[in-house]
Design a protein around this ligand. Structure first.
Ligand SMILES: NC(=O)c1ccc[n+]([C@@H]2O[C@H](COP(=O)([O-])OP(=O)(O)OC[C@H]3O[C@@H](n4cnc5c(N)ncnc54)[C@H](O)[C@@H]3O)[C@@H](O)[C@H]2O)c1
Length: 348
């Protein structure tokens, strides 16, 4: 940040739907402003800049990074660009808010964490479900010990039909996406339930993946990813997560997060605490603040830069999250459970 201003001067690279949500988040926060946008599609970048009154437009992120008056960059690009472009940003001495999934693999996330560490810059992952009103409220209850020791989590992000393709089909091409339903939407559900469980270290995972809906995308698009993945993860503290995620399944769509502890359990929808009173089962409806997850996520990033604090969705957590996804895919491919190594000390 410059001496003249206390505002964080942000730029957004990649102006698809999530890029626009980041842009709006910086504009909504009085402690930040958007000074540049970047997208390969110049016409689109120009029209976004015009609509949101951003003065500078780039099609080349490296040119944009030459500017000293940019403090932070949101990386809202296809998955294969998360690691290389986030590292360009960090090496240019700027902070990064990178869209989910953290990367295509734990190795990429590790390299990103190392770049953040070496440059002394913040690397935060945009895991927006953590910033929803109900998730934030439930996390307060978890922190206050209302659930006791949490040992079971169940998460689902199930679409009956809904395979994204993205520009030039990158979502369904493993080389560019890193995977299908699991890495695209399963990551939201897994991250949310894992964070509510206080992010224990994963030690073993068992997963199965399926691809039965290739016919739903045009023939000329390469399709070599999962459209359904189911997994069970075991953690160092003995806890278990069960995850189901699909882009297409012959069942109704479903989106749920459930956590159970020694004192109480909770679901996000309905937003309810399951507990006991005088030995009798008691379901307590909970209230959540009405907030915009993207605005809250960007606000947290800006706050971390201003205060010099660690984001809740940190570089280190990004590595562990990717280890779980890598492990699920490896297990599905090998047809057996696989161990997960401890990489948690690697960035110091
Ligand atoms: N948090 C969420 O809810 C959410 C929702 C959708 C997508 N995402 C994530 O956001 C990322 C982007 O997804 P999307 O749906 O916007 O994809 P998209 O393909 O629709 O758009 C990507 C944009 O990036 C631009 N682009 C590509 N390469 C570029 C480069 N080298 N330099 C500058 N611009 C470049 C493209 O022109 C395009 O405008 C992905 O990682 C995806 O997983 C998150």
């Amino acid at each position: 940040m410059s001496d003249q201003t206390t505002k964080v001067r942000a730029a957004v690279v990649g102006l698809g739907w999530p890029g626009i949500q980041h842009l709006k988040g910086y504009i909504a926060d009085p402690r930040s402003e958007v000074v540049a946008v970047c997208d390969l599609d110049k016409g689109h970048a120009r029209s976004v800049a015009k609509e949101y009154k951003v003065s500078r437009v780039y099609t080349d992120h490296l040119k944009m990074l030459e500017n000293d008056d940019i403090d932070a960059v949101s990386v809202c690009l296809p998955n294969f660009l998360h690691a290389p472009i986030s590292m360009d940003v960090l090496n240019a001495g700027k902070h990064v808010l990178c869209e989910k999934p953290p990367a295509r693999s734990a190795q990429e996330a590790l390299a990103m964490a190392e770049a953040a560490h070496q440059n002394g810059r913040t690397l935060m992952y945009a895991l927006v479900q953590r910033f929803d009103g109900s998730t934030q409220r439930l996390k307060q209850l978890v922190r206050a010990g209302e659930l006791g020791e949490i040992y079971f989590g169940k998460a689902g992000y199930v679409r009956r039909r809904g395979i994204p393709v993205g520009k030039e089909g990158w979502f369904v091409d493993k080389e560019r996406s890193g995977g299908g339903a699991l890495i695209d939407i399963g990551v939201h559900a897994l991250d949310c339930v894992w964070w509510l469980m206080n992010s224990p270290r994963p030690v073993e995972v068992m997963g199965t993946s399926y691809a039965h809906f290739k016919h739903l995308v045009p023939d000329d698009i390469r399709y070599d990813v999962d459209d359904a993945t189911f997994a069970q993860i075991r953690f160092e503290n003995g806890a278990t997560i069960i995850l189901e995620t699909t882009w297409a399944l012959n069942l109704p769509g479903d989106n749920y997060i459930k956590v159970a502890g020694t004192k109480a359990g909770a679901t996000l929808s309905p937003f309810t605490l399951y507990t006991e009173e005088d030995g009798r089962e008691l379901d307590k409806p909970l209230d959540a603040p009405s907030i915009n997850g993207f605005d809250e996520e960007v606000k947290h990033f800006v706050e971390c830069i201003v205060d010099g604090t660690e984001p809740i969705s940190s570089a280190q957590q990004g590595i562990m999250l990717m280890q779980m996804l890598d492990g699920i895919y490896e297990s599905a491919q090998k047809g057996r459970s696989v161990p997960i190594a401890d990489l948690s000390v690697a960035t110091g």
